[in-house]
Design a protein around this ligand. Sequence first.
Ligand SMILES: *Cc1c(COP(=O)(O)O)cnc(C)c1O
Length: 358
Amino acid sequence: MKPFPRAEISSKALQNNLARLREIAPGSKVMAVVKANGYGHGLLNVAHCLDSADGFGLARPEEALALREGGVKSKLILLEGFFSQIDLTTLIEHDIDTVVHNEVQLELLESSILAKPATVWLKIDSGMHRLGFTPELFDAVYARLEACPQVAKPINLMSHFACADEPDNPSTKIQINLFNDLIKDLPGQRSLANSAGTLYWPESQADWIRPGIALYGVSPVIGDLGANHGLMPAMELVSQLIAVRDHKAGEPVGYGSSWYAKEDTKLGVVAIGYGDGYPRNAPEGTPVWVNGRRVPIVGRVSMDMLTVDLGINATDLIGDNAVLWGKALPVEEVAEHIGTIAYELVTKLTPRVAVCLD
Ligand SMILES: *Cc1c(COP(=O)(O)O)cnc(C)c1O
């Protein structure tokens, strides 16, 4: 018997999505972003399925090391860079590229003696105002990296978008122009586009795109679906009905008795809850896919279970599958009901959920 709840990961979907992104950005290399355990899909699963990507983007040194330990030889890039002298030594040892976005990283590079020069991506703050050097500091920082023997040449250049998931927001165009003006005549590889940039702002694709969520088949844009771009959902979150009960009009269900049946019905109890990473704040009416139809959550999500209203004529049985999101029920749709984004749903699954690659 398969374990449940489980996240079934489709290698075909992952590979389809990489191929589709290459079609969408034919002039760009692909830095597949696999931080946060491959957006919850399993770091090594995803890296092995996508070994034809031109590189992998990670947030933390530990994530990059886990890939090296798993035998991944591809180019790896630390999107937040290194945080200490030890990190810096380790990334040189394991041939990992690093973003440089702050003064401390710059000083560490200047003061270190490294076995070989570090391959760096200089991060420019073009308007997100989270990480990166401001345009005013850019020339001075660039000159310091140029002069630093611990830095491989040419220096690569990158920036990140604040609002690329809003197709009508003019700030993305302003960020693109600002970046392009600053780096105009410089050598080095350029990278701007996350998934939303890749899909909605083709002029931002540059030398390297950095898709995360789109690789997993999910659209970064609220109200849109990955399927609209030829992407396939890579994750199906599956559990089971562990009880089917007759429920009388006027009876409540669950903690706090927050929901009462208006008429006689049948309730299904699904073995998944906030202890698995399914959000406790999922409101009544959030859909679950059971035997080919959407049924609404009723009552509160508890730690290990949630309840759905199957309807008075239900023929569902204990042991039947209940899909929380997947091909038939896009995670984007579930996220909208819950008032969050699909990114959070897929990355927040807890270790109790078995991640199974097909
Ligand atoms: C996470 C991340 C990405 C990927 O973003 P998506 O919206 O998932 O495509 C790209 N670039 C940087 C710097 C990131 O931190």
